[in-house]
Design a binder for this molecule. Sequence first.
Ligand SMILES: Nc1nc2c(ncn2[C@@H]2O[C@H](COP(=O)(O)OP(=O)(O)O)[C@@H](O)[C@H]2O)c(=O)[nH]1
Ligand SMILES: [Mg+2]
Length: 485
Amino acid sequence: MSKPPKIISDKLGIAFSNISDATMEIFTPTLRLGVTGLSRAGKTVFITSLIHNLLTNASLPALSAQAEGRLIAAKLSEHPKQTIPRFAYEQHLKAITDKNPYWPNSTSNISQIRITLKFQSNNWLISRFGLSKINIDIIDYPGEWLLDLELLNMSFANWSKIALQQSLRPNSKKHSKEFFEVLKKIDLNADATEPDALILKQAFTQYLRNSKKDEGSISTLLPGRFLMPGDLEGSPALSFSPLPAQKNPVKNTSLYAMFERRFEAYKSQVVKPFFIEHFAQLDRQIVLVDVLRSLNLGHQAISDLEIALEQVLACFNTGSKNPLMQLITRKIDKILFAATKADHLHHTSHNRLETILKRLVKDATKKAKFTGAQTNSIALSSIRSTFENEIKQDGEKLHTIVGYPQKGEKLAKEIYDGKTEIALFPGDLPSEVESIFQDKKHPIKLNFLRFLPPQKFNKNDNDEIILPYIRLDKALEFLIGDWLK
Ligand SMILES: Nc1nc2c(ncn2[C@@H]2O[C@H](COP(=O)(O)OP(=O)(O)O)[C@@H](O)[C@H]2O)c(=O)[nH]1
Ligand SMILES: [Mg+2]
C-alpha cells in the first residue's frame, strides 16, 4: 500500500488542528474570577501584576502548576461578551514600568479581561489527550457596589432615617454640615425642580467623599454608585439624597416624592441588574482590603472596615434572607480576603498583618451569619515597591524598608518630593492583635507612607520585565490552583 503524499497529510493536519482549536474553544472551561475591594484597595495593581506574571511565566513557587513546570503557555484572548469595558492591562503596565514609574489612574467602573492558560494536567488520564486549556475571566468591580445589597431591603423613608442619623455621628458632623445647610433652604413639599435635586445630591455626595477621605470612614449605607458611579454619572437614578420624614401623604409632584421614585429606580435599575448580570456569574472571588490605611486612620476606621467586610460577606451568604439573593443562585465556592500593600511593612510584620485581617474577617463572618464558600485570608503585595534593610540606632537593630515615598507624603515635618529614596522604620504592628480592636483610648501609633512603584526592574531571559511581589503566588494557588490539576 502506498503512503499518502506527505504534503496532503500535512495540509490535513493543519486543517484538523484548526478545527480542533475552534471546537475546543466552545468546550474550554472558563473560571470567572471576581476582583473587588473598596476604591484604592489595590484592584488595578493586583490584576496587572497577576496577568503580567502569568504571561511572562514568572516564577510562582506557591502555584503548583507553575512550580511543577506544567504551565505551558498563557495569552490574552478576546472576550466573547463585548459590552463590558476591557481591563486596560497594557496601559496600566506601561504606567508602572515607565521611565518615571507611576501608579495607574483610579478607575470607577467594572471591566474584564480573559487570559487563556495551556497546561499539562497531572491527571494521567487527562494528560494522555495532550495539553489542557482554561480561560480565566477576571472581573474588576468596585466593592462599593456590593454594599448596595442592603438597600434592597429598605424603603426610601427607612434609608433616609439611617443615612441622616449616620451623618450626625461625631466624626461625620463636620463633613455633613454643608449638606444640612442646603437642605434647610429647600422646601421639600414644593414642586420638585431639577436644580434643587442636583444641589442636594451634590452636597450629599461631597459629604460622603470628604468623610471617606479624612476619616477613612465609609458610611456603609451609601448608595455605592454615589462614590463609584461607573457610567451612570449624572443620570437621574443617581440624583437623590436622604430627606427627613414628611407628613403623609406627600404631593406627587414634590421633591420628596421625586426622590422616593429615584431611590426605587436605583434599586431596580442599577443594583439588581448588577447582581443578576455580573455578580451571580462569578465562580471565585478575591476581596482586597487596605488594612494598613485603616490602621493609619485609627479605631473608627477599623470598626467601619469591619462593618463593610460584614456587608461584603453578606452578599456571598448562601443562607441570605435577602429576597434578591434567594432568587439568584451563586456558584462562588472560594473567597480570598487579601490585605494589600504588605511591602509597606518589614516582612517580620507580615504575619501580624495577616492575623489582623483574619480577626476582622472572623468577626464579620460571625456577624453576617455567613454560610457558603470556603474563605481564607492572606497579606500580599501585588508589586513590591520597597526592599528591606537594617540600621543600628542607639545600639538597637531596626528593620527598615527602603523606597521612594510618593510626592506629597508626610512624615514628621518632612514632605517628600517623589524623587528621594529613604530608609524608613515603619514601626511594628502590635503583637497583641486585640489591642487594635479593644484599646480604644490609646490611638494606634502607626505611620505607613505610600511608595512609588519600583524605580528599576530586573528582566528575565526574554528581556521581559519581572514584577516583584509578595505572596501573589499563594493567592493564585488558592484561587485557581485546583483548576490546573
Ligand atoms: N507599595 C504598593 N502600593 C500599592 C500596591 N498595590 C496598590 N498600591 C497603591 O494603592 C493605590 C491604589 O491601587 P489601585 O490598584 O489603583 O486600587 P483600586 O482602586 O482598587 O483599583 C495605588 O495607586 C498604589 O499607590 C502594592 O502592591 N504595593
Ligand atoms: Mg481600579
